[in-house]
Write a protein of this length. Structure first.
Length: 95
């Protein structure tokens, strides 16, 4: 079984974060980990993709609701959540 990604942890937020807090965290992390600003870091693109996926999921109300349902189910069944930034390969596999 695939481990559910903790998008809140990736953005450094709690599940009660407001849309403004999500946007602020995304912008700061995206700026810090953008591949164009880190050309010598081969992992920058993977980190940026993880941050972008977390933002897309949490900033869209219908996706956030589905994610929160899956997150609740995983926690209710003692399934661990992935809290680290993902590689591009792992992101593609989860879609």
């Amino acid at each position: 079984m695939r481990m559910l990604v903790d998008h809140f942890a990736i953005l450094g937020l709690t599940p009660s974060a407001s849309p403004a807090e999500i946007k602020f965290a995304y912008r700061q992390l995206a700026r810090a980990h953008h591949p164009d600003l880190n050309p010598t870091d081969p992992q920058a693109a993977d980190r940026f993709q993880s941050i972008q996926l977390a933002y897309e999921t949490l900033s869209r109300p219908h996706l956030r609701q589905r994610y929160l349902e899956k997150r609740w189910y995983a926690r209710a069944h003692n399934q661990p959540l992935e809290t680290t930034l993902l590689s591009l390969d792992r992101i593609v596999r989860q879609c």
